[in-house]
Design a protein around this ligand. Structure first.
Ligand code: UN1
Length: 511
């Protein structure tokens, strides 16, 4: 029985024939080892995808190089028109793709739909941006000279994405890269290869319809391609989303060949709950932040820093909310929390809890692995809350699971110091109705994160802002604002329209 219409969604997304592990022929390259994709929701085998061999990778790169030669000369607003059509195609496939995201990755169907909505939104954003890739003009110090800057496409952008946002994070990169005149080669997470093939099918429909080269969008599945991308001098920009551990490696390899990187690595995001907070708002922000996507967002709330005067009350409210959480199949919309991505993630979750206890953590809401009907995949865990100290080694680490550490503070300065007292710097938030606290939190002496929110949780950032963080989060920015500049090279141009050739800085060089 196909209670949630999975088969229909797979058919719509053109994923039927790949169940045998064959290629669909739409410019993704696959003659290598078979990767099997299992649903963490049910444990079922969804499909098999062949990974790219070294030769496949070469074929993809040749196609990308060729495609770039034509694409870079297409006017940017015309490139925007193509991305507009991609957005239309995504609108048509929103339900099917959202369902696949939910089924293959394990986030709730609603969040799967939300992820596709982010893709649609970034398309719209990119279309507008395609007429706004502005450079500055400057005044030259020399007469009859004009000086300005322009932005040119880089070339081939390598995108290495993670399982937790299997489609949206790729689109933040690719849609912006495309309007900038770049072409893309995508290495998706090997945990969510079908989501990648589905996106590839959607994009190729648009490219074919417009007689554009397939090499604009290349897909290489399998971890071998990751290091090929990192080491490849033909790829001037690598955008990597994933763990700090792997990100450090990517950063070093790409830097050693003077390539550019955009790094979106781990977060260790905290909410400060002030004595001036509206606790009913904290409830929604903190619980969604900590248990949404089963704690597998880079922006998930990992730490709650609570003023001692409202500490007990806050814990009571949280305990009550956690008691009402429904954990189960993410496609069933009555459930709040779905599974972790795989059994490895379950082990990491269990070991984090053990470590926290060993360091002296006190369990507020008990965790554990769920068993029995509906939990056959072995990937369902109970969101838990542990009272901890910020200095605990485990608290300093990002564990990609619904484990929330709570701790007390007494002054706002102390709260900010705790919030900043971790190696990561992605997202942060304060709940307060006190404007002095709020402004201090947002000031140069406040949060050191790339994202700092007031009366909003740490997760669920909108695409219009630049997304990313500092310190071990890697410093990259993607998505909105002027993040597009990272996908282009800047050229400063000085034009002399006079008949003399005066040198800059007044230097005389006469013959
Ligand atoms: C991520 O977790 O990798 O802010 C990205 C959010 C989402 C993006 C998260 N818009 O939660």
């Amino acid at each position: 029985v196909d209670q949630f219409g999975i088969q229909e969604a797979l058919d719509q997304l053109g994923l039927k024939e790949i169940n045998e592990g064959a290629s669909t022929g739409s410019n993704w390259f696959s003659n290598g080892k078979i990767i099997e994709s299992y649903s963490p929701a049910t444990g079922e085998l969804i499909g098999k995808v062949k990974s790219a061999t070294k030769e496949d990778y070469e074929t993809a790169m040749k196609a990308a190089e060729e495609a770039f030669k034509t694409w870079r000369l297409v006017p940017a607003p015309k490139r925007g028109e193509i991305v507009r059509q991609m957005g239309e195609e995504l609108r048509k496939n929103k339900e099917a793709l959202g369902k696949l995201v939910s089924y293959e990755m394990g986030k709730s169907y609603q969040e799967g739909l939300g992820e596709v909505q982010e893709m649609i939104d970034i398309c719209d954003f990119a279309v507008g941006l395609s007429r706004q890739l502005h450079g500055l003009t400057m005044h030259s110090e020399r007469p009859m000279h004009r000086m300005y800057e322009q932005w040119h496409p880089f070339g081939i952008v390598g995108i290495i994405s993670a399982f937790n946002f299997p489609v949206a994070v790729w689109s933040w990169n690719s849609m912006i890269a495309w309007i900038c005149g770049d072409v893309c080669i995508w290495k998706p997470s090997s945990k969510t290869p079908l989501c990648a093939v589905a996106c590839q099918n959607i994009i190729q429909t648009v490219l074919k319809r417009n007689n554009l080269p397939e090499g604009l969008s290349c897909l290489v599945v399998g971890n071998e391609s990751g290091d090929l991308i990192n080491n490849d001098k033909r790829i001037p920009l690598v955008s990597f989303t994933g763990s700090t551990r792997i990100g450090r490696h990517v950063s070093q390899v790409v830097a050693s060949r003077f390539g550019n990187t955009i790094l979106e690595l781990g977060g260790n995001n905290a909410i400060i709950v002030s004595e001036n907070a509206d606790l009913s708002m904290v409830l929604v922000g903190a619980v969604f932040g900590a248990v949404g996507t089963a704690g597998q967002r880079c922006t998930s709330t990992r730490r709650l820093i609570v003023h001692d005067s409202v500490y007990d009350k806050t814990l009571d409210v949280l305990k009550n909310a956690y008691g009402q959480l429904k954990i189960g199949n993410p496609l069933d919309e009555t459930n709040h929390v779905g599974p972790l991505i795989d059994k490895g993630a379950v082990q990491d979750y269990l070991s984090a809890i053990e470590k926290a206890k060993a360091e002296g953590g006190r369990v507020i809401v008990e965790g554990g692995v769920l068993e029995g009907e509906g939990y056959e995949s072995g990937c369902y865990v109970k969101p838990c809350i542990i009272e901890a100290k910020n200095e605990f080694e485990i608290v300093q680490h990002e564990t990609f699971a619904p484990v929330l550490y709570v701790m007390k503070y007494s002054t706002i300065e102390e709260a900010i110091a705790i919030q900043n007292g971790v190696p990561q710097g992605l997202s942060s938030s304060i709940f307060t109705n006190n404007m002095r606290e709020m402004e201090l939190f947002l000031s140069a002496a406040g949060s050191d994160c790339g994202i700092a929110n007031v009366n909003i949780g740490t997760s669920g950032a909108e695409i219009g802002g630049a997304f990313g963080g500092e310190k071990e989060t890697g410093g990259g920015r993607e998505s909105g604002s002027d993040a597009w500049k990272a996908y282009m090279r800047r050229q400063t141009n000085t034009i002399n329209y006079g008949t003399a050739l005066p040198l800059a800085q007044g230097i005389k060089f006469d013959f």
